[in-house]
Design a binder for this molecule. Structure first.
Ligand code: ATP
Length: 252
């Protein structure tokens, strides 16, 4: 199986003050295959977000290796890393931070204009297609104060997809939503994944993780288990049960 990103013996140590060090990722090995949808679960403070930020080059690893598109991320400069994040990776967060002086459409197209890879006409057409796919064409001209939380997350997803990333990273992408909006966002991410984009998310929510293909479990900076659920095809109840049983074994 061809992978889109691979981490080997990834470790991260934070220095807190002068003599105090905390190792929050310990020799983590992880491969995300092309087109795969993977989630990371684990107790609070186990290192899930740190793993997401380190593997995506948003934060520097202390030791180990992350290979993305044949490039070793630890050997790249900040400028090279930000170029990779702009052109080849998409990011969604629990809270969508938009530029408040821009409307929804302009927030979505901004990073594509900055990337300068396509004409403005092509970018605008792509943005419209994404807004249509995510069901938010009617809020195109709205500003941040005129949209719901679910709509805001859809804008965040369009913005993350505008440069056709090879992989989408999500840190609790449904964390700020009610269960109906969360479920709709997961249906959307499933469609995006089925169309070919690899996705790696961090979540606390069993219902969310049950819709992903493979669930990884972190404990105290160590990847202690994984559960393969296979591609999601609307089989919620049975998957949630399988996952919950496994999470109980993991002491979650
Ligand atoms: N910048 C930082 N400096 C020092 N310590 C940090 C920093 N960022 C995170 N940590 C510590 O690293 C550990 C792991 O944090 P992380 O946010 O990755 O965990 P998490 O599993 O995502 O937690 P949660 O589920 O609560 O979001 C925690 O003990 C946290 O305090």
């Amino acid at each position: 199986m061809e992978f889109v990103i691979e981490a080997k013996n990834l470790s991260k140590t934070y220095s807190i003050g002068k003599d105090n060090k905390q190792t929050v990722l310990k020799d983590v090995n992880l491969q995300i295959n092309k087109g795969e949808f993977v989630s990371i679960m684990g107790p609070s403070g186990s290192g899930k977000s740190t793993l997401l930020y380190t593997i995506s080059g948003m934060d520097r690893m202390t030791t180990g290796s992350v290979v993305f598109q044949g490039k070793e991320l630890s050997s790249l400069s900040e400028k090279e890393l930000s170029s990779i994040r702009l052109h080849n990776m998409g990011f969604i967060f629990q809270h969508v931070h938009l530029l408040k002086n821009l409307n929804m459409f302009d927030n979505i197209i901004l990073s594509a204009y900055l990337a300068k890879k396509r004409s403005h006409k092509k970018i605008n057409e792509h943005a419209l297609a994404l807004m249509k796919q995510t069901g938010i064409t009617e809020i195109s001209k709205h500003d941040m104060t005129q949209v719901s939380g679910g709509q805001l997350q859809r804008v965040g997803i369009c913005r993350a997809l505008i440069n056709n990333p090879d992989i989408l990273f999500g840190d609790e992408p449904t964390g700020a939503l009610n269960s109906k909006a969360a479920s709709e966002i997961m249906e959307l991410l499933t469609d995006i994944n089925h169309a070919g984009t690899a996705i790696l998310i961090v979540t606390h929510d069993v219902k969310v993780a049950a819709k992903t293909e493979r669930v990884l479990y972190m404990y105290d900076g160590v990847m202690i288990g994984e559960k393969r659920l296979g591609k999601y095809a609307g089989d919620d109840k049975q998957r949630e049960e399988r996952l919950s049983n496994w999470l109980m074994e993991m002491d979650f």
